[in-house]
Design a protein around this ligand. Structure first.
Ligand code: GLV
Length: 301
């Protein structure tokens, strides 16, 4: 947290910083705070923060912030425009991991086997369905399009975007995924998107298709996903997020040969990248100007 605090441009005399490295420290300082610049503070801190007027999230998703405990008058802002570049590389890397059969060649190398009959596949010409077309989803789409993939998108509105050949609304999700070789989830978790990818959607995917989840675990029905993967009704899944994190050591995802597990790192939050977003908003706040990147609490993002 010190790294974040060090980069805050707080005019002396107008802003006092309180740095909280753990939950107890958040609770302790909450009483004095007008502003929270935070990632997942304890929800009981809100009741202890009578002056709180603005919460700036140190990340893209704000599902954790929009809890009933947060008084309705608190403005919530998020940090868009940062994670797309990271997450586009993550998705490109893992899609190429699949098409280049990296796991297979690595295994063969360890076993000193020359598997010249096994050839890589190509991403060029594959269909990628990007579910969620915010700034991150569009960055992912651009990167994969740059590698020659055909992009279809899914968004709440279904409105056309430059990055996708075709965009479907949420209610047409099963149709959107049907032709995809990769389905990439990059949408916010809201009451509406909770378990949006359910058994029906998974059943609509091709048996050769991969699911890549860089959104939130709970946008997928994990039990249905586990069953689909176990019965090889889809080819595999690259999962960076889970309904419960950290993923429990006994969870079957860890050991399945068609599952890649990464520990919620596809869009790392660094003080250097996030704090300028906060600083810009803080300057607006101090000048009495409207904040940017305000979350629509009713919509959930
Ligand atoms: C991380 O998961 C984020 O939403 O920024």
């Amino acid at each position: 947290m010190e790294a974040y605090a060090d980069l805050i441009r707080a005019p002396r005399g107008r802003v006092t910083l309180r740095v909280a490295a753990d939950h107890d420290a958040v609770r302790k300082h909450a009483r004095d705070c007008d502003v929270f610049y935070v990632w997942k503070p304890p929800v009981d801190a809100y009741a202890r923060a009578p002056r709180l007027a603005w919460l700036q999230a140190m990340g893209a998703g704000v599902d954790w912030a929009l809890v009933p405990e947060l008084p309705p008058g608190v403005t919530v802002t998020r940090a868009p425009g940062i994670f797309g570049a990271w997450m586009a590389e993550y998705v490109a890397a893992w899609c190429l991991h699949v098409t280049q059969r990296i796991a297979e060649y690595s295994r063969a190398q360890r076993e000193r086997r020359w598997i010249e009959q096994t050839l890589p596949d190509r991403l060029r010409g594959k269909t990628v369905c990007v579910v969620g077309l915010g700034d991150i989803g569009r960055a992912v789409a651009r990167a994969l399009r740059g590698l020659g993939a055909r992009i279809v998108g899914v968004s709440r509105s279904g409105r056309a975007v430059r990055e996708a050949e075709r965009v479907y609304p949420h209610r047409a999700l099963t149709r959107a995924v049907a032709a995809a070789d990769f389905v990439v989830l990059v949408l916010p978790l809201t009451p509406h998107t909770m378990r949006l990818v359910d058994a029906r959607v998974l059943a609509a995917m091709k048996p050769t298709a991969w699911l890549v989840n860089i959104a939130r675990g709970a946008v997928v029905d994990e039990a249905a996903l586990l069953a689909a993967l176990g019965e090889r009704r889809i080819a595999g899944a690259v999962l960076d997020v889970f309904a419960r994190e950290p993923l429990a050591p006994e969870h079957p995802f860890w050991t399945m040969d068609n599952v890649v597990v990464t520990p919620h790192i596809s869009g790392p939050s660094t003080a250097e990248e996030i704090t300028p977003v906060f600083n810009a908003n803080l300057a607006r706040w101090l000048a009495g100007r409207p904040l940017r990147h305000v979350v629509d609490r009713r919509r959930g993002y």
